[in-house]
Design a protein around this ligand. Structure first.
Ligand SMILES: NC(=O)c1ccc[n+]([C@@H]2O[C@H](COP(=O)([O-])OP(=O)(O)OC[C@H]3O[C@@H](n4cnc5c(N)ncnc54)[C@H](OP(=O)(O)O)[C@@H]3O)[C@@H](O)[C@H]2O)c1
Length: 164
């Protein structure tokens, strides 16, 4: 069987050149500094931060990107606590691999169709207005891996191309 056919269908292709090595500092600027320093309007009720399933189990091909998302997760946790007594709600949006042009996966069968992702997100926002994280079903495989004792298995799947 060709190597590519053995890959787990849940693993995004990833592009090692994205947010890695020489482009790492630019990735940090947009993924970490941007969300942290962008000021919220003073009376805004919702403050959303876009994280990723890769904050919870990294994709070996995109080390800097994974780290920026883990940083935003941690930042959001602290911000939520600091804003406990305010009227601001901090919500983490945690997408799985989704069909956008971010890493060239806009036509990828292994990424979630964008419309399906958006529909599920809007449903969750409507039905779980107090949720701290918006988790579509498809991202729970990564998000809950550690809590469910599957971390090493998921890491192995996401690292498969380096282990074959
Ligand atoms: N797609 C996925 O699989 C996936 C999975 C997990 C998390 N996410 C996260 O979801 C968020 C949105 O990603 P996406 O998939 O929608 O990607 P996308 O389609 O490539 O859109 C990225 C957006 O960010 C803007 N942008 C990029 N660098 C910027 C900068 N330095 N300053 C200001 N704007 C900048 C782009 O603006 P221009 O159009 O003007 O370039 C574009 O509107 C990101 O935080 C991404 O990490 C995506």
């Amino acid at each position: 069987m060709p190597k590519s056919d053995r890959r787990d269908p849940r693993v995004p292709t990833g592009n090692p050149s994205v947010f890695a090595n020489s482009r790492g500092s630019r990735g940090c600027e947009s993924s970490v500094t941007g969300p942290i320093v962008t000021p919220a309007p003073p009376l805004r009720y919702y403050r959303s931060k876009c994280v990723s399933g890769l904050a919870y189990v990294p994709l070996a091909a995109t080390p800097t990107y994974n780290a920026t998302k883990a940083a935003i997760h941690s930042f959001s946790e602290s911000l939520r606590v600091q804003l406990t007594k305010s009227n601001v709600q901090v919500i983490e949006l945690v997408p799985p691999a989704t069909r956008t042009s971010l890493m060239g996966q806009q036509n990828s069968d292994v990424a979630m169709p964008l419309e399906q992702f958006l529909t599920e997100v809007m449903d969750l926002l409507r039905t779980q207005p107090d949720a701290e994280q918006i988790l579509v079903e498809r991202v729970k495989w990564q998000r809950n891996a550690e809590a469910e004792g599957r971390y090493q298995d998921v890491l192995n799947v996401l690292s498969a191309r380096y282990r074959e």
